[in-house]
Design a protein around this ligand. Structure first.
Ligand SMILES: Cc1cc2nc3c(=O)[nH]c(=O)nc-3n(C[C@H](O)[C@H](O)[C@H](O)COP(=O)(O)O)c2cc1C
Length: 311
């Protein structure tokens, strides 16, 4: 077993410092508390919580999950217990377990984001960063509807930035053709970095019943099926040189994590793989330590953006 505190794994993503580049994606690892019964979740660089809204949300009607070839469609619709629940019920446990937490939040307008942020002021010192979900495809208001409008991206980022002192991460959607513009506006609003990709819009149909497989008809596709798309989006945005990137989308092992870093990611997110391999983070961290040893690298961040030209 490797030393999980190996200093060669330490990374900086803007003004966020992590002991390793492995981050759990929002909505796929809850707040890390339950997984701690299986392994010490404090070894993970950071756990991004499920997105929390101002008030509890029930989510979409079932079925809300459907497996596809090499992928997963979900239309959860951001079911969550609300930000007060996170602060009162989950944060004390998260603190006790020393889980490095990025708190994901979601609002339907900049004023709602501001209201959520004002509730976070008193606990911000317990968090590594706050992530703004401006990319969920499964809701009618907020999410991607805000994240597709450059002015909204800047405004939401800026109100949260002005309210809180901790780093702000803006989560972007692959369904958006203008990622560079959104990243620029996130930067103008004061974001420290962007995270991408959220899920790709998709659907599936049951040919026996002629009905959609998801209650919401349309959902978000994740898992290995989206990896090449995610990689290309991250590569393009890295070349645009706007903000550091947390890269995610179909990572299922350490080799994928290396690919994402070579394409330009400063850190990587594990999402759907958590439903397949409960200790994926342990295996990815272990694999990365072995890889940098074999390659004689001083630090894992030496990989970021090191894609070579040609074949
Ligand atoms: C079941 C499920 C729930 C998700 N919930 C959220 C969420 O609450 N907030 C968010 O920003 N992203 C959410 N996502 C998107 C993931 O965080 C991630 O961006 C996406 O799944 C791509 O990574 P992956 O292919 O490794 O899963 C969710 C994804 C899945 C599969």
């Amino acid at each position: 077993m490797n030393n999980f505190n190996d200093p060669r794994l330490a990374v900086r993503i803007g003004d966020i410092s992590l002991k390793n580049p492995v981050i759990m994606c929002s909505g796929t690892f809850a707040s890390g508390i339950e997984y701690n019964e299986i392994y010490e979740t404090q070894i993970i660089g950071a756990v991004t919580t499920k997105s929390f809204s101002l008030k509890p949300m029930e989510g979409n009607k079932p079925p809300r999950l459907c497996e596809t070839s090499s992928g997963l469609l979900n239309s959860i619709g951001l079911q969550n217990e609300g930000i007060d629940y996170f602060i009162k019920e989950q944060l004390p446990l998260v603190k006790k377990l020393k889980i490095n937490t990025i708190l994901s939040i979601l609002g339907v307008s900049s004023s709602e984001f501001a209201e959520i942020a004002s509730k976070i002021i008193k606990i911000e010192h317990e968090l590594i960063a706050v992530e703004l979900n401006l990319s969920c495809p499964n809701i009618k208001k907020g999410g991607i509807t805000l994240g597709s409008v450059p002015d909204s991206v800047e405004e939401v980022t800026s109100v949260v930035r002005k309210t809180l002192n901790i780093p702000v991460v803006v989560k972007l959607s692959p369904n958006n053709d203008n990622l560079a513009e959104m990243a620029k506006r996130a930067k103008s609003g004061g974001a420290t970095c962007v995270s991408l990709v959220n899920t790709l819009i998709g659907m599936a149909i049951d040919i026996n019943t002629f009905k959609p497989r998801l209650g919401n008809i349309i959902g978000g596709l994740s898992g290995p099926a989206i990896k090449p798309v995610a990689l290309a989006k991250i590569y393009s945005l890295y070349k645009a040189n706007i903000l550091p990137i947390i890269g995610m989308g179909g990572i299922s092992g350490w080799q994928d994590a290396v690919e994402f870093m070579l394409a330009g990611a400063s850190a990587v997110g594990l999402g759907t793989v958590n439903f397949v391999e409960y200790d994926a983070a342990v295996n990815v961290i272990n694999g990365l330590i072995d890889f940098i040893s074999r390659k004689n690298l001083n630090n894992i961040s030496d990989l970021t953006g090191k894609l070579k030209a040609g074949q």
